[in-house]
Design a protein. Structure first.
Length: 385
């Protein structure tokens, strides 16, 4: 597996900037960039002209990750030439949040399952139920196929996000790439680093990803009471105070939910994924040090679970999807969580990724795919010679 990475900071002189792709002859290009790189088809057209047979996949971000740093208002292009691995990209339009499960099922049904090893999934970041999207896709796949990826972002605006795939640049398409064969090796790491802030409260009324009541009271009223002065900045300030989901026995299972919207009249909160109607929710907060330690733990988990005995000896690719909420908490120290991952995975690992509106991965508690918020997730890819 050979990898070339290009950091684009402007849309001019693309022929010169993209020239290294000719020598590599990639089968797959993964592209993470600010909204400006998706609003025009210029970059996509330049890539298709240069490498017409290459599959291209990507999404807009709330920050781009490369090497050991975080960038804004740029585009990270990672081109991969596989020696023994086959790929297939698929896409489908999503018409509304209610279409999330069906859209996931449509996407999953388009991926052949023979020799399918893993899937990278990128969804829109607004008007979507990420949990339902994943469930729909899994309904069409054999048990044990791991899905990872994330939801697109738009620098925290939560208005219009973009994906890139077989349908080109789109604000209403979900895209995925399947990796096939026995030579591709995948491992995953997921960890958060948030701490409880107040007691666990029983979910007493919800519908999908809309939370109406906690302990019999309006959910928004309870949430505002805990946030204090931060409440005036909702829903944006909700990124700093996610919920941890607990089961009916109040046991944690490593899944967090971010606030996407509030409804003052109903007193409800719309979360980024489904809520357990029989479970509990616990408000969380964190510090920079704890989030950096969480990123390092995710990297150590990916290292421990990698199929290769010496995963750092060969060229490999790590795709990091972290939450915009973590970026807001860490501020100027945001690079440190990426550095922690890069140091763990070694110098032969190319790092790419982005800050998202939602992360897609399994956990130590739930190996099957879940939607996460406020979490660092890592997909580590290598290829046997």
């Amino acid at each position: 597996m050979n990898i070339t990475q290009i950091h684009l900071q402007k849309m001019t002189d693309l022929d010169t900037q993209l020239a290294p792709l000719r020598e590599l002859s990639p089968q797959l290009i993964i592209l993470f960039g600010s909204v400006a790189f998706f609003e025009s088809p210029q970059l996509t057209q330049a890539l298709k002209a240069l490498v017409p047979t290459c599959e291209i996949l990507g999404c807009s971000t709330a920050g781009e990750i490369a090497v050991d740093r975080v960038y804004d208002n740029s585009c990270i292009l990672t081109a991969i030439h596989f020696e023994r691995t086959q790929i297939k990209t698929v896409t489908t339009a999503i018409t509304s949040m209610d279409d999330s499960f069906a859209a996931g099922a449509r996407l999953g049904s388009e991926l052949p399952t023979e020799n399918l090893t893993g899937i990278l999934l990128l969804g829109t970041g607004v008007s979507i139920n990420g949990s339902a999207l994943i469930a729909g896709m899994e309904s069409q796949l054999p048990a044990g196929i791991r899905i990872s990826g994330g939801l697109a972002a738009d620098a925290g605006a939560f208005k219009q996000t973009w994906t890139l795939g077989p349908a080109g640049n789109s604000d209403h398409h979900i895209v995925a790439v399947g990796l096939y064969g026995q030579h591709v090796q995948l491992s995953y790491g997921t960890f958060a680093g948030w701490e409880p802030f107040g007691p666990a409260r029983k979910v007493t009324r919800c519908d999908g990803n809309v939370l109406y009541e906690l302990d019999g009271s309006r959910a928004l009223d309870i949430y505002k009471r805990y946030l204090g002065d931060y409440a005036k900045d909702l829903p944006g300030s909700g990124l700093l105070f996610p919920f941890a989901m607990l089961n009916s026995a109040q046991e944690k299972h490593g899944i967090f939910r971010t606030i996407l919207a509030v409804n003052e009249a109903e007193g409800s909160l719309t979360l980024a994924g489904d809520i357990d109607p029989n479970g509990y929710l616990e408000l969380m907060h964190s510090s920079t040090e704890k989030l950096i330690n969480g990123a390092e733990t995710a990297a150590k988990t990916a290292f421990k679970n990698h199929p290769s005995k010496n995963p750092t000896l060969n060229n490999s690719l790590a795709i990091l999807v972290s939450c915009i909420g973590r970026k807001l908490v860490m501020g100027d120290r945001i690079d440190e969580e990426v550095e922690a991952v890069a140091n763990t995975l070694g110098k032969n690992t190319t790092i790419t990724g982005y800050y998202s509106n939602g992360e897609i991965a399994g956990t130590e508690f739930h190996p099957s795919c879940q939607l996460h918020n406020q979490t660092m997730t890592i997909t580590w890819i290598s290829e046997l010679p």
